[in-house]
Each structure stands twice: as C-alpha cells, then as structure tokens.
Design a protein around this ligand. Structure first.
Ligand SMILES: NC(=O)C1=CN([C@@H]2O[C@H](COP(=O)(O)OP(=O)(O)OC[C@H]3O[C@@H](n4cnc5c(N)ncnc54)[C@H](OP(=O)(O)O)[C@@H]3O)[C@@H](O)[C@H]2O)C=CC1
Ligand SMILES: CC(=O)N[C@@H](CCC(=O)OP(=O)(O)O)C(=O)O
Length: 355
C-alpha cells in the first residue's frame, strides 16, 4: 500500500486549474491554444462578456478540445476558485476584476492596466486612474526573472514593446549606443483584436501597408521608454512608428540608434550573444540571416539579428515575434510557469511553422 501511495506521489505531477477571461478574443484564444499542450496547467473555464452563454467551439473553432465549454460571464464570483486567472480583456477592464480576486490566486493580465510604473504616464496615455503596476512579464530583462518567480500578479508586456525591448536592451545595457532609439515596426492585423474595425476590413488591408499612430502618439511608446530606460540605467527616448501589413500574425521591428564611440560590429554581436546565451526563447540568428515573421509563427520565440552601419554610425537591430504567442499568450504561459515554479519552457512551442 505504501509503495502504491509513494509511486502515485512521485509519478503524478501537480496540476493547476486556469480560468481565461477574454477567451473568445485573439489573445485569450491563444492562451487556450497553448494550454491545450501544457502538461500541468488545465483550462477549467472560459469567460467573456457579450459571448457569455455560447459554446467556445462556436466562436473559436480551432480550439476543438474545448468546443463544449460554455462561455461564462466575467464577474468576480464567476472567476473565483481557479488557481490561475488569465485576463485577456480590453485595457481598462482588468484592474477592477483583479482587485477583487484572492491574493493567493495567480493573476496574469495580458492587457495594459498594470504595465506602467508611473501613474502620470498612465493618466497621460490611457486617460484613467492608475491601478498600480505589477511585475513586468518579460523574464529576459535583466533581474526580471527573479521578480516573476513566485509572483501572484503579473503584467504581460504589449506586443510591440516585447519585440523592441528584446531588440534594444542588450545594446543599451552595454552602453553600445546613445539613449535615443528609432523604431519602425510592422504588425499583422490580429494585433488590433477580433472586433471588426473599419481600417481592418479585408479590402482596406489587402495589398497595402499603412502607417498609423505616427508622431509619438502610440500608447506603447511609454512602455518602451520604461523598459529601455531600465535596461540603460538612464532615460531613453523612443521614436516609434507602427505599420499595419496584410497578414494575420507577426511583428517585425526594425530598431536603430547612434553608435557610442568605439562600438564596432564585433562588440555589438558579442553583447547580444552574451545577453541571450542562456535564453531559450531568444534566437540570435547566425550572421547573414535576417528575422522573418514566418519563422516565429506560433512559437514563443523572438528572432533577432544585429548589424552596424558604419557609414551613418548606427546600430540596426531587427526582431520578429508572433504578437499572439511571445507577444502575449505565450508570454502569459511563460510567466505562469515561472510564478508556479515550473521549468520556464513547459508546454511552450520553441519552433515556428514557416513557411
Ligand atoms: N491581439 C494582440 O496581438 C495582443 C493583445 N494584447 C492584449 O490582450 C487584451 C485582449 O486583446 P485581444 O484578444 O486582441 O482583443 P479581442 O477584441 O480579440 O478580444 C477581447 C475579449 O475580451 C472580451 N471582453 C470585452 N470586454 C469585456 C468585459 N468588459 N468583460 C469581460 N470580457 C470582455 C471579449 O469578449 P466578447 O466575445 O464577449 O466580446 C473578448 O473575449 C487587450 O488588452 C490587448 O491589449 C496584448 C498583446 C498582443
Ligand atoms: C495592429 C494593431 O492595431 N496593434 C495594436 C497593438 C495593441 C496590442 O495588442 O497591445 P496592447 O496589449 O497594449 O493592447 C495597436 O497598435 O494598438
């Protein structure tokens, strides 16, 4: 009998129940997709707002293992009882719900509500009262993994800030560039969410690339300023221009900054190789290869390449992420793994589906 009990204890890994609210949307749907392959996190309930009462299979047909789950409302009483709650809601909707969940529930917010440290920055960019900041869910930032281990509240980064921070943090931390970063990033349309928007109609998007949020007005700018200033240990300014491209998933961020005196290509490459040597989800590509969004599709990875342009004295870094995977849903699972003491890569795809 003792043997049987013991073998049960050693062979049955612990599991945690997860409730996902916003499961009918793109980010929440990606969390559910990844949970389907996770050995220790079990999707136990799905929640939303206007979709409540319907079956998940009607709204997210690709999530067939969960097709029969009924979508439930997102009140605090509906979300009680899970070990982990993932909030994948429009920004401004998470904070009130999160504030009422038990302190020992692991709450992971894919929205923006708890990302910014500075209440004034929040008020300026989001126009509402700051709900307070939570540990920022980008474990690859120096010192951040320790903050996430065992945490019970985690703010998942925005999709653009993930790509840009991972692209520029090593150069800024090593003092290879001046603290003034220029970014032009291309995003697929899923970054804008599932609800229909005029500028996302097929006829508007197909066969055309367009800029938007030009002139320092995109709300991801303060988030990039926060992460990159932290990496540099000094204020960093960011000029950010997002563009919309006719594809569903993916972000390709092209970032550049003026070289600090003495920085050459070898020093730049060495800094990135050293920064990411032990990072399972960051792939510094072999010299001569450039990131594509296809190679990270569906994977919780970022592909990075770095070059020095000696004629203009600038460092150029290109990074590709899948906005729904490493850009949100995968990052949410990566953070949950850390918070729960699981190996960080558990249940997460490391290989994309290119072409
Ligand atoms: N799309 C992306 O690439 C990324 C998204 N994020 C963040 O993830 C969050 C969700 O984005 P995304 O999935 O794109 O958006 P979607 O529009 O695709 O989905 C929104 C979801 O939230 C639900 N919802 C809306 N209002 C409420 C409410 N008041 N209470 C409960 N549920 C509500 C919707 O349910 P219903 O079906 O009932 O309307 C739907 O499930 C946002 O904060 C976004 O910023 C972060 C990084 C990347
Ligand atoms: C293409 C597109 O519209 N992208 C969105 C990205 C928003 C996002 O997903 O980020 P949050 O998590 O901060 O909402 C945008 O530019 O607003």
């Amino acid at each position: 009998m003792h043997d049987r009990v013991w073998s049960c204890i050693v062979s049955t890994p612990q599991t945690w129940t997860v409730g996902v609210t916003g499961a009918t949307g793109y980010a929440g749907g990606e969390v559910c997709r990844l949970l389907a392959g996770h050995p220790q996190l079990r999707l136990a309930g799905v929640h939303a707002a206007s979709s409540a009462g319907r079956r998940l299979g009607e709204l997210q047909p690709h999530l067939w293992p969960y097709a029969d789950l009924e979508v439930r409302p997102s009140g605090v009483e509906d979300l009680a009882g899970y070990d982990v709650v993932v909030l994948a809601l429009p920004h401004g909707e998470s904070a009130a719900i999160a504030a009422q969940l038990p302190a020992d529930t692991l709450v992971i917010d894919c929205g923006a509500d708890h990302r910014l440290d500075d209440p004034a920055a929040w008020a300026r960019w989001y126009g509402s009262e700051h709900a307070g900041s939570w540990p920022y869910g980008l474990p690859e930032l120096p010192g951040q993994r320790e903050q996430l281990t065992g945490a019970r509240r985690i703010a998942v980064p925005g999709c653009y800030p993930t790509s840009v921070t991972l692209a520029m943090a090593p150069a800024l931390a090593a003092g290879l560039v001046e603290n003034d970063v220029v970014v032009v990033a291309a995003s697929g349309t899923s970054g804008a969410g599932k609800s229909a928007k005029t500028h996302l109609l097929g006829s508007e998007v197909m066969g055309s690339v367009s800029a938007y949020g030009v002139g320092g007005v995109h709300r991801h700018t303060p988030e990039m300023v926060q992460t990159l200033s932290r990496a540099a240990g000094a204020p960093v300014s960011v000029s950010f221009t997002p563009t919309l491209v006719p594809m569903s998933r993916g972000i390709l961020a092209t970032c550049s900054a003026r070289l600090a005196p003495g920085t050459d290509a070898a020093a730049a490459r060495a800094a990135y190789a050293s920064a990411y040597a032990d990072e399972p989800f960051v792939h510094l590509l072999p010299e001569g290869q450039w990131p594509t969004t296809a190679q990270v599709l569906g994977a919780n990875t970022v592909a990075i390449q770095v070059a020095v342009d000696p004629d203009v004295g600038r460092l150029v870094v290109v990074a590709a992420v899948d906005n729904l995977t490493k850009g949100t849903g995968g990052a949410a699972i990566q953070c949950a793994n850390l918070a729960l003491g699981l190996p960080e890569t558990t249940g997460l795809p490391l290989v994309g589906v290119a072409p």
